[in-house]
Design a protein around this ligand. Structure first.
Ligand SMILES: [Cu+2]
Length: 177
């Protein structure tokens, strides 16, 4: 995914650079006729409208599902997570496939980073855990297995030891369907 994004960005930058270079090399010549100026302005209008339409279409296509807080009304389980140097204290470690879990995150000392990893060690949710703040993050569990919680912000000597897990069972909403 990152390499695709990099290639798209590099390609877009190359096009942009070529455009700037073209303007640089073609400007500075004699003044153009009024008709040519009119044609240039019309082209600019068309390009502007095309960019506007493309921007709106790309935004609409990539923002869904919308609203992003759609899970808020569907919370089926709540887990309090207290971070400290150097452990996670969870009010529960069980969930079921289909559960929308709301994690309430606090820390008793320094900043930590809550990172939730699925059974394939892919990051599926993350949130900063900050002193003096209560942060919330929700995740819908769509696969059973052992999910890991790791600290994503270096918080001292035993930062790497901040590991906890959530067991997601094939029961509950999904199994009753
Ligand atoms: Cu930490």
């Amino acid at each position: 995914m990152q390499s695709i994004a990099l290639q798209i960005t590099a390609g877009a930058l190359a096009v942009l650079t070529a455009g700037f270079a073209w303007v640089m090399y073609t400007s500075g010549g004699p003044l153009r006729s009024e008709a040519a100026t009119h044609a240039a302005y019309r082209l600019r209008h068309i390009l502007f409208l095309a960019a506007l339409v493309a921007g709106a279409a790309i935004a609409a296509a990539t923002l869904f599902p919308w609203p992003h807080d759609a899970h808020a009304s569907a919370i089926t389980r709540k887990i309090d997570v207290k971070a400290r140097q150097w452990a996670w204290e969870l009010s529960g470690q069980q969930a079921a496939v289909g559960d929308v879990v709301e994690f309430t995150l606090t820390t008793s000392d320094v900043s930590h980073g809550f990172g939730l990893y699925d059974p394939d060690n892919r990051l599926v949710a993350q949130m900063q855990v900050m002193p003096g703040f209560t942060n919330k993050v929700r995740h819908q569990f769509d696969r059973p297995g052992k999910y890991q919680i790791l600290c994503m912000e270096y918080c001292g000597l035993a930062h790497h030891a901040m590991v906890a897990h959530i067991d997601v069972a094939v029961t509950g909403a999904a199994a009753s369907k």
